[in-house]
Write a protein that binds this ligand. Structure first.
Ligand SMILES: Cc1cc2nc3c(=O)[nH]c(=O)nc-3n(C[C@H](O)[C@H](O)[C@H](O)COP(=O)(O)OP(=O)(O)OC[C@H]3O[C@@H](n4cnc5c(N)ncnc54)[C@H](O)[C@@H]3O)c2cc1C
Length: 431
């Protein structure tokens, strides 16, 4: 009876419709639940994708910055250059025109900067690193460097310089050289308006030519006083160039000094002044001392000029110099600094050069460990003396060092770039 009634109810349309509604509701709830999970998954995935997109964007931006920086400042590591042309400029001095072996564009550089070469010399276990200033302004097709053979000090039996002799005697047109990108903090700011005095002795003229060319070729009318010192016409590199530069550009005042002219050399034709480039000469020729000064030449020459400029009242900030060799310029100490240095002549600890068997007291008057090594006759190879070329890297056996500025070269753990660091305390070096 009960089952009959139930069967009757189950056959009614209301019953069927009821189940249909319940089924529909269940389906809807199920779909909703499934949809929520899917939405959650989609949300999460979208978050992940968004994160990935942001990371890619950051990476892309980094790459773009890197590429722009590289295009601006050069390339990473070594690039091969072919010697396109080798020109004898004067006795023992040659210019090398270098074009990129990969034929890709050349990055520009700032006038005054240098290139670093890794030279593979027969008999040497590792490449010889040497820096040479760019001796022309930036050109789209090639770089130029000019190299003078480094002769031994007078009355010594030492052989002439390794790197410079290799360039003068061995390197020839068609050779391929390993070169690091232009670098250096000694450069002329082309954006500035101040008049300049370019002062050079001998091969120190190379960055000055780069600066003068960059200025005149940019159309600048900045006043340029160009002082160049040589012993005689024999050492007068770029003689024709200098005469033409002055003839073409009224803002260039060329002043060539010969310290020992040959009897057949005529003042006014071959050179302008007999004697050395000096601040006394500047006082005679320049209307005031209000210039930016750029100097490059032998150590003693630069020392005298910087001391005398200071005595003439030229602020240190207006004087810029590049040292090609060990004798870098030491600013004249003020009397109070001298007194302080005298009161504390030694820092109270030693630097030991283990291989050379030399132990010396560190003194605050030394600019860097390399200066100390030079002073004490300890031979440490050095290129740029600015922490960029890496050739003065020496292993530390014990102790710690402190860097005096930023360095471009990588420093291996447990080693130091002796040209731009000083000891923190007792130090033993493998040199
Ligand atoms: C930023 C910068 C830019 C430069 N730009 C130029 C440039 O434009 N043109 C240029 O010509 N130079 C330039 N130089 C100098 C150049 O880098 C080299 O220092 C120079 O060519 C000498 O290197 P070398 O290998 O020929 O001499 P090294 O082999 O290093 O010898 C140096 C001197 O030591 C002497 N010597 C050899 N053996 C001994 C020994 N046992 N004991 C003591 N002395 C010894 C040699 O006779 C020589 O006089 C630049 C330097 C710097 C830092």
């Amino acid at each position: 009876m009960f089952t009959e009634i139930l069967d009757g109810i189950m056959e009614t349309p209301a019953y069927v419709a009821g189940w249909l509604i319940i089924g529909g509701l269940l389906l809807h709830v199920g779909l909703l639940a499934g949809g929520g999970a899917r939405r959650l998954w989609f949300e999460r995935r979208r978050g992940q994708l968004e994160q990935e997109r942001l990371l890619l964007e950051i990476h892309g931006a980094r790459l773009r910055i890197q590429t722009v920086e590289q295009a601006k400042s050069g390339w990473n590591g070594i690039r091969k250059f072919t010697v396109e042309k080798k020109v004898l400029e004067c006795a023992d001095t040659c210019s090398f025109y270098l074009k990129p072996h990969d034929s890709k564009p050349l990055p520009p550089f700032k006038p005054g900067q240098y290139l670093t070469f890794q030279l593979v010399l027969p008999g040497l276990s590792k490449p010889l690193v040497r820096c040479y200033s760019l001796s022309d302004c930036a050109r789209p097709t090639h770089y130029r460097v000019t190299i003078k053979r480094c002769l031994p000090p007078p009355k010594t039996e030492y052989p002439p310089g390794l790197g410079s002799s290799f360039f003068c005697d061995v390197v020839k047109e068609g050779d391929i050289l390993d070169v690091k990108a232009p670098n250096g903090h000694f450069f002329l700011d082309l954006e500035k308006e101040r008049p300049v005095v370019l002062i050079s002795g001998g091969i120190g003229v190379t960055p000055m030519i780069s600066m003068a060319n960059a200025l005149v070729e940019s159309g600048s009318t900045r006043e340029i006083w160009f002082f160049f010192g040589a012993r005689s016409g024999e050492d007068h590199m770029f003689k024709t160039y200098m005469a033409e530069l002055a003839a073409k550009h009224p803002n260039v005042h060329m002043q060539v000094c010969y310290s020992r002219p040959h009897p057949n050399e005529v003042r006014g034709r071959d050179y302008h002044h007999e004697g050395r480039v000096s601040v006394e000469l500047f006082k005679q020729l320049l209307p005031s001392n209000n210039y930016d000064y750029f100097l490059c030449g032998p150590g003693p020459f630069m020392q005298t000029i910087t001391d005398d400029l200071r005595a003439w009242g030229v602020p240190d900030a207006w004087v810029h110099f590049e040292a090609f060799g060990p004798a870098s310029v030491k600013r004249v100490a003020k009397p109070e600094d001298k007194a302080a240095a005298a009161a504390a002549p030694s820092a109270g600890f030693d630097v030991q050069f283990a291989r050379s068997g030399k132990t010396v007291a560190w003194n605050t008057s030394f600019g860097s460990i390399l200066d100390l090594a030079d002073d004490k006759g300890v031979k440490i190879d050095a290129g740029c003396r600015a922490g960029n070329c890496g050739s003065c890297l020496v292993a530390i056996k014990s102790g710690e060092v402190e860097y005096l500025g930023e360095h471009g070269a990588e420093v291996e753990r447990g080693s130091c770039l002796t040209c731009i660091c000083k000891p923190k305390g007792p130090l033993v070096l493998d040199a």
